[in-house]
Design a protein around this ligand. Structure first.
Ligand SMILES: *Cc1c(COP(=O)(O)O)cnc(C)c1O
Length: 390
């Protein structure tokens, strides 16, 4: 089965992990600090805080921004559940802003309309979490303008978008947000097996996230609230967590980061090949803005409603042909655990429309050109009865 996504691990990655394994630090140590500095430098941010997953990074980002019971956090329904769960971990209420049918990202006009309504009933959000779906950056400038006007903070969920650029600048530089969060899960752009990282330009937000990552404990004598009792002394100053990234993982992350540009270039090449070879078929690809560089995490198509097969039929046919297609995403609020909070179908019609015909095709640096052509021929055969093969 050709998978929809897959990590790319080489000998240098293996050597980097072994070297860390033989060093003095296994848990958070010097590699973690180097990885944080390297990631922050790569995306043009002042600070990087590495943690054990993007889910943890989203949780800490919400806490650092003061999200708590009674607050509203809004995000895109076309995302992984973690984009919404972070608000719930903090006891806040989550709500959803519909997507744009072409970019499949949170729609700034829908956000503006929802904010206007929320202002009238005094339910403005404290935080909005746009998600760079499939690696294509959201319309951050208009979202930032709304943040200014309505006084909410922005957390970018850039789990799909390590290496992407928005209007010529790297996603993660936080020009339009307080905090940006990346994921290093194996299907994402670069991997640490499990892992995540938050970037910010605000030293206080960085310090808060770093404190909460490790039990809310500090040993830094300048930050102690009481008299330092000696070299053994530490203080828990807040209720925190164990969200640390190990040094083994950070070593892998550093090695992977050195290949980020090559991964992005290969993904872009594959996306362009798909675009050419699928052009005549009854489906739409996610629209990309020419002013952006997508990280091309996912190759998503939306099947036309009048296509010869429906999504379920196409999914089953491709899977039985050995092509590991997938679906991203079921609208988050359709999950039973969100329905239990009172969410019902119809809330975000565009996200629901997209989901009904959505399919993700294989896309990862190791995908071969011949495999891609085979996938496109299979699709053409199923949708038109002609593979286009000459
Ligand atoms: C993968 C993903 C996450 C969670 O990442 P983990 O590192 O697995 O916790 C969050 N948001 C989005 C959009 C994702 O795709």
């Amino acid at each position: 089965m050709i998978p929809y996504g897959r990590q790319q691990i080489d000998d240098a990655d293996c050597a980097a992990v072994l070297e860390a394994l033989r060093s003095d630090f296994l848990t958070q140590g010097p590699h973690t600090e180097r990885f944080e500095l390297a990631m922050a430098a790569k995306v043009g941010a002042q600070h990087g805080v590495a943690v054990n997953s993007a889910t943890s990074a989203l949780h800490l980002a919400c806490l650092a921004l003061g999200v708590g019971p009674g607050d509203q956090v809004w995000t895109s329904p076309n995302s992984f559940v973690a984009s919404a769960n972070c608000a719930r971990y903090c006891g806040a209420c989550v709500d959803f802003v519909d997507i744009d049918r072409a970019t499949l990202n949170l729609c700034p006009q829908a956000l503006a309309a929802k904010l206007e309504q929320a202002e009238r009933c005094g339910r403005l959000p404290k935080v909005v979490i746009p998600v760079h779906f499939g690696g294509e950056p959201c319309a951050m400038a208009p979202i930032a303008a709304l943040a200014e006007r309505y006084g909410f903070a922005v957390i970018e969920d850039a789990s799909h978008a390590v290496g992407a650029h928005y209007h010529g600048e790297p996603v993660g530089n936080c020009r339009y947000s307080a905090i940006t969060v990346f994921s290093f899960h194996p299907v994402k752009i670069i991997t640490t097996a499990e892992g995540g990282l938050a970037t910010t330009n605000d030293p206080q937000l960085a310090a808060r996230m770093a404190l909460l990552r490790s039990h809310g404990i500090t040993r830094d004598s300048r930050q102690l609230s009481r008299i330092d009792e000696g070299p053994w002394y530490y203080e828990q100053q807040q209720l925190g967590f164990n969200y640390r990234l190990t040094d083994l993982q950070a070593a892998l992350g550093l090695s992977q980061l050195s290949k980020l540009d090559a991964f992005i270039a290969r993904r872009q090449q594959l996306r362009q090949a798909y675009q050419r070879q699928l052009a005549a078929l009854p489906l739409q690809l996610q629209q990309q803005d020419a002013a952006n560089l997508s990280a091309n995490h996912l190759l998503v198509i939306r099947l036309a409603d009048d296509a010869a097969l429906n999504r379920r039929q196409l999914f089953d046919e491709l899977r039985s042909a050995g092509i590991g297609v997938n679906v991203h995403y079921i609208p988050i609020y359709w999950q039973p655990d969100f329905a239990a909070l009172g969410f019902a179908a119809g809330l975000c019609p565009h996200a629901e429309w997209y989901y009904q015909g959505a399919l993700s095709l294989p896309l990862y640096p190791g995908l071969q050109d011949e495999q891609l052509t085979h996938i496109c021929q299979q699709l053409a055969l199923l949708l038109t009865g002609d593979s286009g093969q000459r």
